[in-house]
Design a binder for this molecule. Structure first.
Ligand code: SF4
Length: 247
């Protein structure tokens, strides 16, 4: 929904503005909800109405968040690489991006960057939207012990994708944005690490994996939405319980 709104404003050459764009934002939200509802009916109208209100509030907050944004020009929304491009983003590409670790080692990266903005000095900001709660202690440091890599990896990917616009694009920073009610409108900026720093952290992580050491996180909350709970035992193992059978 954010991408749809952002693309419409980009096509008009305008910034999003709460008073002018609120009606259109609600339309997009309701159309999206109707499509989701027909594919996956809610358990009851009460649940649907409550969650719709929460979503509409988040869309409203997103517009307010946008109105406070420092000057910048959005150049890409939901730009994918290593995936079949949807056709709406000229920077998207089907091929993955090769990330070099030095010494001849490299790996292929695929993903979707939520948004890339051009800043007034011509450099770029790579933005990632977060819908969850903001916890200050979780968003400190450059890599957070290897758990916070997205800004660094997407910075590398954005540098490659933006070469279609200019030969030597410069990434000024990554930004994690929390525009929803849960996120409280917070924003965390992280300067891009040097390629050598990133290669060092990634090489360490790959070495650990190559040794077969898959250490479980000590923060149970991180397991909530993890796809690998049935493989590693995650939170059940920590509680000393057997994992429930896979449905
Ligand atoms: S379920 Fe396992 S892999 Fe997933 S976050 Fe938890 S400890 Fe990590």
């Amino acid at each position: 929904m954010f991408a749809a709104l952002g693309r419409e404003a980009r096509a008009r050459g305008e910034r999003l503005e709460p008073r002018r764009d609120a009606f259109r934002a609600r339309q997009i939200a309701d159309d999206t909800l109707a499509a989701i509802r027909s594919a996956c009916p809610p358990p009851s109208d009460v649940v649907y109405d409550r969650e719709r209100e929460e979503l509409l509030r988040d869309v409203e907050l997103f517009l307010e968040f946008e109105s406070r944004r420092r000057p910048s020009e959005p150049v890409a929304f939901e730009v994918s690489f290593g995936r079949e491009p949807g056709g709406e983003e000229p920077l998207a590409q089907a091929d993955p991006i090769k990330v070099s670790l030095g010494g001849g080692a490299a790996f292929q990266l695929r993903g979707t960057i939520d948004r890339i903005d051009r800043l007034p000095d011509g450099s770029y900001e790579v933005i990632d939207y977060k819908t969850g709660r903001y916890r200050q202690d979780k968003w400190q440091g450059t890599f957070r012990g290897g758990a916070m890599l997205q800004h660094a990896l997407y910075g590398v990917a954005a540098t490659v994708l933006l070469r279609r616009l200019e030969p030597r694009p410069r990434i000024a920073r990554g930004a994690y944005e929390f525009p929803s009610a849960k996120g409280g409108g917070e924003r965390v900026e992280v300067p891009p690490p040097s390629r050598a720093e990133l290669a060092r952290v990634l090489s360490d992580l790959f070495d650990v994996m190559a040794d077969g050491a898959f250490a479980a996180t000590d923060d149970e909350k991180q397991c909530e939405y993890c796809d690998f709970q049935h493989a590693c035992g995650g939170r059940w193992r920590r509680r000393g319980k057997a994992r429930p059978p896979r449905q």
